[in-house]
Design a protein around this ligand. Structure first.
Ligand code: ADP
Ligand code: NI
Length: 205
């Protein structure tokens, strides 16, 4: 990658870092950085335009609805930031289409994703799995008063319930073979964690 492109990535990274500075718990800059790294890795295995992959990974949660009164503003903010950086119009449009269509919430109404979009979506979903996924679920529960585990799981929402309702379904939703392989390893780890947790909770572990 040319040094001009590298400079652009560094600029956008620093803008995203400062904008997300006050967002904690699983959705701060740490999440963005992991998604960016995983997306680069998947791109090296699956192909796609690297600059589009990197920019989309960096910007995919820049206007997350949770932090903007329920309104998803990532597309709008991405266009603003990239235009300001002098990025070519076709690249801005491609990144905007990706960040506007990768969220789990939107999946019923989402437009088809390009290879670059599929790579970034897989990277984002992988961050909800594995050891990191367990921690993010616990952090979410702590922020919203939801227990991780309840002996009376039927009666209340729990973190382990969230594993079953959403996270264990992600593997089948992966777009790329490389993403699916990583998802399997991470899901297997989560399942063994849940088994051990349940043994200990029952006084048998
Ligand atoms: P993203 O926008 O990065 O795809 P989300 O905003 O959907 O992720 O969720 C952030 C993190 O919080 C994820 O790890 C997710 O699994 C977790 N999470 C989301 N909803 C719940 C829930 N109801 N209970 C527990 N954890 C949740
Ligand atoms: Ni995300």
């Amino acid at each position: 990658m040319g040094s001009k492109q590298q400079q652009l990535i560094e600029q956008v990274t620093s803008i995203v870092r400062s904008r997300l500075a006050d967002q904690g718990a699983g959705h701060g800059f740490d999440h963005i950085q992991r998604v960016w790294r995983t997306a680069r890795k998947l791109q090296s295995l699956c192909g796609g335009n690297l600059i589009v992959v990197e920019l989309s990974a960096l910007l995919h949660d820049i206007g997350d609805a949770k932090f903007h009164d329920g309104k998803e503003r990532s597309k709008e903010f991405s266009i603003e930031i990239l235009t300001q950086q002098g990025v070519a119009e076709s690249t801005v449009a491609h990144v905007a289409q990706i960040v506007d269509n990768i969220s789990f919430r939107k999946r019923e109404s989402a437009q088809a994703l390009s290879l670059e979009g599929q790579v970034v979506q897989d990277a984002d979903r992988l961050d909800a799995l594995g050891a990191i996924g367990i921690v993010r679920t616990i952090e979410f529960g702590a922020a919203f008063g939801q227990p991780f585990y309840s002996p009376n799981a039927e009666a209340e929402k729990t973190g382990i319930g969230h594993f079953h309702e959403k996270l264990f379904k992600l593997r089948d939703l992966m777009n790329t073979d490389a993403g699916r392989l990583m998802a399997k390893a991470r899901e297997d780890f989560m399942r063994s964690f849940v088994s051990q947790f349940e043994l200990e909770a029952a006084g048998e572990g």
